[in-house]
Every structure is written in C-alpha cells, then in structure tokens.
Write a protein that binds this ligand. Structure first.
Ligand code: ACO
Length: 455
C-alpha cells in the first residue's frame, strides 16, 4: 500500500453566476479517496449555504479509521482489507486495531483481552433496569435504555478530556455490550441472567450468556464461535454511517460517552440501517415460497409501493458489498456444519438474489445484496431469534462507535456539530388572536404529518 502522504492543499473555484464572483476554496486531499472542497468559511465569505440532504457529498470530518471505495467494493480497517481480517484475525485483535491504529503484538493482545474481560460484569444495581421493561420489549429498546443508563454509573469519574479515562470508558462499553445484549434477550424470555466467564473468548461468552441455562453445562460450538466472531469483525466499523455519525454528533457537545453510544444504538435500530438484517428475515418468511418472488420484485420496483427489497442496495457500495461476499461463504459453512444446507429459507434467499441480480431495475441502480442479506440467515441457523439480529450488529459496531468518538474528541478541529438548513416555512407574519382566526374547514392530521389521509 502507498505510504501515507501529508495532506496537500490545492484549490477548487466556485463561481456565483449571479454576480460573476469567484470563490477559490482549498481542496483537501486524504491518503486515498476523492478530495474534499474545504467550505468551512464559505457561508462567511459567499453568504450562501451548501445543500446536501443525507450528506451524500459531504465529508463531515477527517478520519484515519476506515476507508471504503464503494465503486470498487473495497473496505479497509486502518489500511487492512476486510477479507484479510475476516480470514486471519479475530474480533479482539480488530478492536485493538480500530482503537489503537496498529495490530497488537502478542503481549499487547494478551493485555488487551485481559483488560476487556476485567470489565464484562454489570453493576448489580443496573440489573434493576432490565426489570423495568415489559417482557415483550424489543431487545434493542432495552439496549438503548440500559446502555444510556450506564452514563449514570460512570459520569462523575469520566473526564472525556483525559485520555486514560477515555480509554477506560471505551474498554468498559466494549466489555459490557455482550452482557447487556444477552441479558436483554434472556429477560424477554424469562431466563435467569448468567454471569460472563473469563475463560471464554468474546464470541464464546456472547453465545454462553445468550444460550446457556444455569442447570446445565454449556460448550460453545467452535463453528458457531468462528462465525459469530467473523460477523462481529464485519460489523466492527463502516466509517461515517448513520449510527457512527449520530455518536459523533452527540459526542461533539461533550456528552457522556455511554449516552452517545445509546444514541448510536437508537440510530442503528432503523430498518434502513442495522434493522435490515431483521427485516430481511421477516421479508423472506413473508415471501415464503420461490413462486411468490416475482410478485415481491414487482412490488419493490413499484414507486407507489413503499416496499423495498430488504438486504439490497447500499448508500456507499455501488458494486458488491465485500462483507456480503464473506458472509455468503460463512453462511454456507455454518449451514453445512449444522446440516442445514437444504434450508428452504436459504434456497429462497439464493433464488431471490439470482433473480434480482438479473433484473434490469436492480442492475441499472447497482442494487447488490448487502451484508445483512446473509447475516440474518446465518444468525437464524445459529439459533438467534430475529429480534436479536440488530443487537448483535450493535455489539460488533460498538468498537467502531467508540473509536470514532475517541478520534473526534482528540481532534483539535472538532466543533459542536450544527448543520444549517434551507428554510422553506412561512415568512414573518402577524399573530392573530384566537377569536379572530377563521375556521379552516376540515383540518386532517395528515395535513400536518403527511401520509395517505385520515385513518
Ligand atoms: N429495493 C428496491 N429499490 C431500491 C432499493 C431496494 N432495496 N434500494 C434502493 N432502491 C432504489 C430507490 O427506490 C431509488 O430508485 P429511483 O432512482 O428510481 O428513485 C434508487 O434505488 C436509489 O436509491 P436511494 O434510496 O437513493 O439509495 P440510498 O443510497 O439513499 O439508500 C439504502 C440506500 C437505504 C440502503 C437502500 O438501498 C435501502 O433502503 N435498502 C434496503 C434496506 C437495507 O438493506 N439496508 C441495509 C443497509 S446496509 C447496513 O446498514 C449494514
């Protein structure tokens, strides 16, 4: 790989066609990827804003953690291809890499793993939070609440401007996420909580705390451990996605890191983001039969139908998602090992993939299967209930959120995140006293909230 070059400054000129005024803006170059026009002072000098809903053309920060080339299907963590990491590394090593920027030596790794294990237990008082939820609560709702509650346990002793305390907060949250995730699930099915075991690896512990019962021995299946570890690696980071940007935005005000991670979990929950793996499985079960696939493909293409083919498309990847390829292979390995190769849901998924990849609508729009398309099938085969899928994604992504939060806090260019807007509301107007206001006729809720009409 090319050696890291210091960013060079070039220029890019923007012309105001109304006045002919030219604005020469600095162009910032990263180590890889497209350059960015530095518009930090643009509003101040030109008096106009830039408009970019969804931030499709906006670099919100400089980051040295993850690189994606969506056209070529490249994903690098700290410069290392995701395929290499998934094949040769393990999740703890990847956590170290994302947090520290380098792969650990054997001694560094041992120490890191030991330190993480040291923080896996939850404060006994935190257990009461689980009991405040209904048994039917979605485990992601419990995650948002309990992780947010961690901020109450570690607030006074968390000075985010002290690097050592930042590191301690990072270790605590990475260590406690599997415990919280497993407990969120166990609570909803009425099983007693089991404490983590320090002789188990991160993925082993997650399986153990989720599936074991106190009255029986539990030996994690090595095939499942490997697959789960790989899923955690593949989800560990993905640069400035919605949940990571949420964590950064929340953290930019100096907020408590645990509260910021809770905000990230909330953002991840949506079906357009981390909730997609759950949505994929629901969709496959709803389709139910290969013969019904054309009907669903037609619905996905119909602009008047909100239905989308879950697990297809990606904001950044406009060729195959490299994680999807690894997951596809893992999917076969797991189903083979569990004797589930003839799983009808997998057959249905493969047929859906085949048809969608040949369909002009999907080909034209470069809508390939994303990582979530296969993750759901693997997790289901492993015995995880659908509602746990996004929880597992959140556990894997925590290190990414924490690495970005840490990078942001230590970046001298960080400012509180505060986007501007293009105001399209009413102009300044006079207040009309209540008794003088005319009746507007039938006023429906949909006039205010959008939607198809009064229901
Ligand atoms: N099914 C049908 N049509 C789709 C799909 C889909 N899954 N995804 C995009 N399209 C269509 C859009 O309707 C649009 O069509 P148009 O150009 O005729 O208007 C075109 O493809 C471009 O779509 P956008 O919405 O502009 O793409 P965007 O980058 O904003 O969205 C997203 C990306 C949200 C992931 C979208 O593809 C989607 O909703 N996919 C399904 C949900 C999913 O799998 N999410 C997981 C993302 S991966 C992750 O979080 C790990």
């Amino acid at each position: 790989m090319a050696e890291k070059q210091p960013p060079q400054s070039e220029h890019f000129t923007l012309i105001d066609e109304r006045t002919g005024q030219r604005y020469r803006q600095s162009l910032l170059n990263g180590t890889m990827g497209p350059p960015a026009i530095d518009i930090r002072n643009f509003y101040h000098t030109a008096g106009v804003l830039t408009y970019d809903p969804g931030f499709t053309s906006t670099a919100s920060c400089k980051s040295a953690i993850t690189f994606i080339d969506g056209e070529k299907g490249v994903l690098l963590y700290r410069g290392y291809p995701i395929q290499e990491l998934a094949r040769q590394s393990d999740y703890m090593e990847v956590c170290y890499l994302l947090l520290y920027g380098e792969l650990p030596s054997p001694a560094e790794k041992d120490e890191f793993v030991r330190d993480i294990k040291h923080h896996t237990l939850l404060h006994d008082q935190l257990m009461h939070f689980f009991r405040g939820f209904t048994r039917s609560a979605h485990p992601m709702a419990i995650m948002v609440g309990v992780v947010g509650a961690l901020s109450a346990f570690y607030h006074e002793d968390t000075d985010i401007y002290d690097p050592e305390q930042r590191m301690l907060a990072a270790y605590r949250i990475i260590a406690k996420m599997p415990t919280i995730g497993a407990y969120a699930y166990r609570y909803t099915i009425g099983r007693p909580f089991v404490y983590p075991r320090n002789d188990f690896s991160y993925a082993e512990n997650l399986l153990y705390m989720t599936f074991s019962v106190p009255s029986e021995d539990y030996e994690p299946d090595p095939v499942l451990v490997k697959a789960l570890d790989r899923i955690l690696i593949l989800h560990a980071d993905h640069e400035q996605n919605a949940s990571t940007s949420t964590v950064r935005l929340a953290g930019s005000s100096g907020a408590n890191p645990f509260a910021c991670i809770a905000a990230g979990i909330a953002s991840l929950w949506g079906p357009a983001h981390g909730g997609a793996n759950e949505a994929v499985l629901k969709m496959l079960m709803e389709i139910g039969d290969k013969r019904r696939i054309p009907q669903y493909i037609a619905r996905a293409k119909d602009k008047d139908d909100p239905f989308r083919l879950m697990g297809f498309g990606h904001r950044v990847y406009k060729s195959y998602d490299p994680r999807a390829e690894i997951m596809r292979q893992t999917c076969y390995e797991v189903l083979e090992a569990l004797g589930l190769r003839d799983d009808p849901l997998l057959e249905l998924a493969m047929e859906l993939e085949r048809i969608a990849l040949q369909d002009e609508y999907f080909v034209e729009r470069k809508l390939y299967p994303n990582v979530d398309f296969y993750t759901g099938i693997v997790l289901r085969a492993m015995g995880f209930p659908t509602r746990m899928f996004t929880v597992l994604f959140a556990i894997g992504r925590t290190v990414g959120w924490v690495a970005h939060w840490k990078e942001m806090i230590s970046d001298p260019e960080t400012k509180i995140g505060r986007p501007r807007q293009l105001y399209v509301g009413a102009e300044k107007r006079e207040y009309v006293p209540l008794e003088k206001r005319p009746s507007p006729g039938k006023r429906t809720w949909s006039r205010f909230w959008g939607g198809g009409g009064e229901k």
